[in-house]
Structures are given as C-alpha cells and as structure tokens.
Design a protein around this ligand. Structure first.
Ligand code: R5P
Length: 296
C-alpha cells in the first residue's frame, strides 16, 4: 500500500495493523505550484491500496492522488484500491439551484478517471444518495466508525438512560448505528441551513434523559453540534457528548463546543486532529485484507 499527504499517519497505522507493506512517496512542488510524486517500492503485479483523505485542500489532494495512482499503474500494479477515510465534496449531492455543479458525482468521476478499481470510505455523507453505489460506478464500500465511537463512549458511561440526538434526517443512519451499541432512546431533529456558518435545528420533544449524545458524520464549523447542544443544555440535560466521525473543526470549533458545555467530543483519525481518540485503522485494515483475500 501507499499514501497521499492527506493520510500519512493513518496509512502507517493501517499498514502496521494489516501487515501490508508501505511504499514510500517522495513529493515536492514545482515553483509554479504543480505537484511531483514518485513512489518507491515494488508494486509490480500487486494490488495497491492508496490511502488518501481529502480534508482542507481537496482539490490539491485529488490531483496528488491521481498522480500516485498513475505512478503505481506505470510501475505495473494489478489493481488500484482507493482507501479514502474522508471523502470530500459529498455534501453537494444535489443541484440545489439552477447552474450548480453536482459536486459529489463530479468528485467520484474524477477518482474513477484516475484509474481506481475499487473504493473504501468511512461514513460518507449519504443524504440524497441513499447508498455509496449511487455515487460511484466502480465497486465501492462505505464503512461506519459509529460502532467504534459508541464503544469508546461506553468506557465512561453515565448512570441512567441516554438520549441519542441526530441533528437532521440524514443523521438517523448514524444514530441507529450508535443505538445498536448503547442502550438509548433516539430523537432526530430537523435542520435548516441558513448559510455556511448558520444553521437552525428544531426543538426537542418527548422525554429527555440526564445524558445525551449528539451524533453526526462531520463537524466543520461546529455550528450544527452547538445548536443541538444549546437546546439540550436549555432543557436541563446535564451531560452531553458528541460522537462524530470526521472532525474538520475549522475556525476554533473545538473551543466553542467546550465553552458551550460539551462534555467530550469522541472522534476518529479519518482527518488528522488533536482530539481523535478512536482510530479507524483496524476498520480499514480489515476491509483491505478482506478485499485482498476475495480478489485472489
Ligand atoms: C451536514 O449535513 C453534515 O452532516 C454536518 O451536519 C455538517 O457538515 C456540520 O457542519 P458544521 O459543523 O459547520 O455545522
């Protein structure tokens, strides 16, 4: 396997967990900003997994991924498997207004055009597309980190019942996955996005518990979680934790969540961040080993 600069640490963890050797990549940038890559290792006749996460500069990271995919193809590899712990552009999954691009599909087409044979990702933002196979035309698997996050939460369980809150309709898939591990009741709110940094969520209804968990696929500015956190705190819920797979945490989001009274953010290393207490390396290593075994 090999890796892009968006996922170096995680790629090393997956390599250690799976035992798949890691081919190193040398990279540099030309004075005009163009990228250069060179893969060093023996991949001839082999299936090669390229691990790349597309956070923060997805456009540059996509080009880097394409260059690496072409490099290993040029070295005679048999198959290219894209391991994308975090896939970007998934939220623009509809042409909301006339003249917009359907970015989720465009990103998938570009990955396919890079010569990718199969894709694995984690908690893809699936909303208007119900499955990952509606996004990709090549074999694609969407894994979930939610059971791992939920098990981690149970290391310090609260006393009494727990309320699992999903901020919007698409979060019901993640709430369900968490509720399978943590005995809880679930409620799914409605969210209205008023702008890139502004959201409104519906009021809580029904019985509340002493503790609540907010679940979501990703935190970017933190506004979604903050809105739900505010409602829970106003209603007197004592302990509120958040279980979120992808932590972009832009514009001081983590501090804002802590100031808002969040007990803990339990998150993963799909995007390198200082708060990741759960690694998705075992999840991805397992998937990779199963893929290698199935394709013999
Ligand atoms: C979108 O619907 C996603 O599931 C997340 O809720 C959203 O991206 C979080 O963004 P932010 O942290 O900026 O509210």
């Amino acid at each position: 396997m090999t890796y892009g600069s968006g996922a170096e640490t995680l790629a090393r963890r997956i390599s250690q967990t799976s035992g798949a050797p890691l081919a190193e990549v040398t990279r540099r940038q030309f004075p005009d900003g163009e990228q250069y890559v060179r893969v060093c290792g023996d991949v001839n006749g082999k299936d090669v997994a390229i691990v790349q996460s597309f956070a923060f500069s997805p456009d540059r990271l996509l080009v880097e991924y394409s260059l690496i995919a072409d490099a290993v193809r040029g070295m005679g590899c048999r198959r290219v498997i894209g391991i994308f712990p975090y896939l970007a552009y998934a939220r623009q999954d509809e042409r909301f207004s006339e003249g917009e691009a359907l970015s989720a599909k465009v990103f998938a087409r570009l990955i396919e055009a890079s010569g990718t044979d199969a894709v694995y990702t984690v908690d893809l933002h699936l909303h208007r597309f119900r499955t990952i196979n509606e996004v990709f035309e090549i074999p694609a698997t969407n894994l979930s980190a939610m059971p791992l996050l939920a098990k981690n939460y149970l290391k310090h369980p609260p006393s009494g019942r727990v309320l699992v809150v999903g901020p919007d309709s698409e979060s019901s898939q993640w709430a369900k996955a968490v509720a399978e591990v943590i005995p809880s009741v679930c409620t799914i709110l409605e969210k209205e996005r008023l702008g890139d940094r502004e959201v409104r969520v519906s009021d809580l209804s029904g019985d509340l518990c002493g503790a609540a968990i907010i679940v979501d696929d990703m935190i970017s500015t933190g506004k979604t979680v903050l809105e739900v956190l505010g409602k829970l705190k106003e209603s007197g819920v004592g302990r509120v934790d958040a279980l979120v797979t992808h932590s972009l945490l832009v514009e001081g989001a983590y501090s804002k969540l802590k100031e808002g009274g969040l007990n803990s953010l339990i998150t993963t290393d799909t995007i390198a961040n200082d708060y990741a207490s759960v690694s998705v390396a075992p999840l991805l290593a397992d998937a990779l080993l199963r893929d290698f075994a199935a394709d013999r």
